[in-house]
Write a protein that binds this ligand. Structure first.
Ligand code: APR
Length: 179
């Protein structure tokens, strides 16, 4: 993947990329963690866009693993891709597949909008309780598989809020040496 995936320690909301990916909940109406930070710093335009999506496309809420795109409001990024991660042990053993879907669908949506740079938080590893070591395996395998096919994406950032989370990812990632 020729250096297209980079690990960062910092705040997702400060990433100057085409789109940042929000670890949202099904309501798309905001919450804590990354979701709260994005809405707080991005401003009301993001919530308004999410409310519009709820009215027009997902009246029952965004299903786990699905992704939608909105303006990024006042953030450095141009867009926010909202996805809903699995709550650990709440999806009958489908958690890994659903977490992979979050990353795959976010990349697919970015590709549909001709975006070339993306920044992900560690989806589901906070409030949703997904163990960071298990998530690292799912995320690294999914990104490697998707990026081998999608050559238009030139930069994928994995942004970690704490050094310990970044270190855990490094220890448990399963990237192979393929280019
Ligand atoms: N930048 C980067 N990473 C962050 C930031 C930030 N500003 N804030 C939190 N994180 C990290 C957390 O440390 C965790 O590792 O993002 C990861 C995901 O944590 P959560 O934000 O709690 O997301 P998640 O576990 O997917 O739970 C989603 O939490 O905030 C609510 O509305 C959200 O209900 C939804 C649930």
């Amino acid at each position: 993947m020729a250096g297209r995936i980079r690990l960062y320690l910092g705040d997702l909301t400060e990433q100057a990329v085409d789109a940042i990916v929000n670890a949202a909940n099904a309501s798309l109406l905001g919450g804590g963690g990354v979701d709260g930070a994005i809405h707080r710093r991005g401003g009301p335009a993001i919530l308004e866009a999410c409310q519009q999506i709820r009215r027009t496309h997902w009246p029952e809420g965004l299903p786990t693993g699905e992704a939608v795109i909105t303006t990024a409001g006042q953030l450095a990024a141009r867009f926010v891709i909202h996805t809903v991660g699995p709550i650990y042990r709440e999806h009958g053993g489908q958690e890994a597949q659903l977490l992979a879907n979050c990353y795959r669908n976010a990349l697919h949506l970015a590709n549909q909008h001709a975006l070339t740079s993306l920044a992900f938080p560690a989806i589901s590893t906070g409030v949703y309780g997904y163990p960071a070591n298990e998530a690292a395996e799912v995320v690294s395998r999914t990104l490697q598989e998707s990026l081998l096919r999608d050559t238009s994406m030139t930069e994928v950032r994995l942004v970690f809020f704490a050094q310990q989370q970044l270190d855990t990812f490094l220890r448990h990632q399963k990237f192979t040496g393929q280019k």
